[in-house]
Design a protein around this ligand. Structure first.
Ligand SMILES: [Fe+2]
Length: 225
């Protein structure tokens, strides 16, 4: 009679039917992500070209690492090693690299030299006033989120179900994203985003500089109707 202390019995009890699938030949479809070009971003107010140049380099690193993770994960899947600790650790890393890539694209994509004005009668202006009572109240709240201690992002999100808007803090790149929420305005507050131009204690000055460079037309395009 088998005992639960018999290692083979334990192994058989835990034996997933999917494990047979691991032994089959697998081929996973994959397209590598391409780095987007933000080199047109120059002469921003209060954010130096040197900061941007370094920042583009960091972004390129996230694209590279996202592709590398994808390749490694696919390689392990194709080798039938999906259930291994190595596979699990790569999967755990995925949200960091992927969001690191994507959040930078939103961030660079919502700025332009010369900035622009958020018009109170625009769809976004009206929606912000509706939710926060005024654009100034919303902006103050967004800036306060951005000034929170720690490394991360301030994001104005839209809930695709209720269509409402809310400001959120994301720690690193992956903690605080809400499933399905659409990033409308994204601000990087990792210190690499401003340390060449401002002291850490002067983060609020960087936040003001960020606002002076926002491309509200690009932001407005992200809004769900
Ligand atoms: Fe960044």
């Amino acid at each position: 009679m088998q005992s639960i202390y018999d290692i083979n019995y334990v192994y058989e009890a835990l034996h997933f039917p999917y494990q047979e699938m691991d032994m089959q030949q697998t081929k996973i479809a994959y397209t590598a992500y391409k780095e987007q070009d933000f080199s047109h971003l120059k002469n921003l107010a209060g954010i130096s070209d040197k900061t941007l140049e370094i920042h583009f380099g960091l972004y390129a690193g996230y694209v590279k690492n996202t592709n590398l993770l994808n390749e490694k994960i696919i390689e392990l899947t194709e080798q039938g090693k999906s259930g291994t600790p190595e596979y699990a650790e790569l999967k755990r890393r995925y949200g960091f690299e992927y969001n690191g890539m994507r959040l930078h694209e939103y961030y660079f994509g919502n700025m332009k030299a010369g900035g622009s004005e958020l018009k109170p009668d625009s769809a976004l202006g009206k929606k912000l006033s509706e939710v926060y009572s005024s654009i100034d109240v919303w902006k103050n709240d967004f800036a306060k989120v951005g000034a929170m201690r720690g490394v991360g992002w301030a994001v104005l999100f839209q809930d695709p179900i209720t269509k409402t808007l809310s400001n959120h803090w994301i720690t690193l790149h992956e903690e605080g994203n809400i499933a399905g929420f659409v990033p409308i305005l994204v601000m990087d507050v990792w210190e690499h985003a401003f340390l060449l131009d401002y002291k850490p204690v002067d983060r609020p000055k960087y936040i003001e500089a960020f606002f002076a460079n926002v491309d509200w037309e690009a932001v407005e395009k992200r809004l769900l109707k």
